[in-house]
Design a protein around this ligand. Structure first.
Ligand code: ZN
Length: 148
């Protein structure tokens, strides 16, 4: 997915779950972390980027371990609950990025060498934006139905 799609969908999901604009903003920033770590073909060269593409930077277990580590360290290091909350949603945003990439290609699964996913659309295609729009409508409708 393009970053605009990752940011919109991830921020929307986080806001739907938490109703917290800060969590939504943190998740939206986290939604670009895996690709930011990976680098761009312009910066690192096409062949280096191709070999890294959706590699360890897109391994969900890495972000789950970071969340687990943060939760264990919370009582020792995080006196400010809001800061801890932002970090957790940053990494949840990264996990959502990986899940979103898994519907337009393959990403690592339980093991970093395992590749899982489907290709429902091509990255940057019109179908991608329709997919994101449909997801956002589903989230809004789901929220509405849960509230009434
Ligand atoms: Zn990605």
């Amino acid at each position: 997915m393009k970053w605009v799609s990752h940011i919109a969908l991830t921020g929307m999901i986080a806001h739907a779950v938490t109703a917290d604009p800060l969590a939504a903003a943190a998740a939206a920033v986290g939604a670009v972390i895996p690709d930011k770590i990976e680098g761009t073909p312009e910066r690192i060269g096409w062949s280096a980027w191709r070999s890294r593409h959706r590699g360890w930077s897109h391994w969900p277990m890495l972000y789950l371990a970071l969340i687990g580590g943060l939760m264990r360290a919370e009582k020792y290091f995080f006196y400010d609950e809001a800061f801890f909350h932002i970090l957790i949603w940053l990494f949840i945003g990264a996990i959502l990025h990986i899940a979103e990439d898994a519907v337009c290609g393959k990403v690592p699964g339980i093991l970093p060498t395992q590749k899982i996913g489907v290709r429902l659309f091509t990255v940057g295609s019109f179908r991608e934006y329709i997919f994101v729009l449909v997801c956002i409508v589903f989230i809004y409708v789901g929220q509405y139905l849960l509230r009434t």
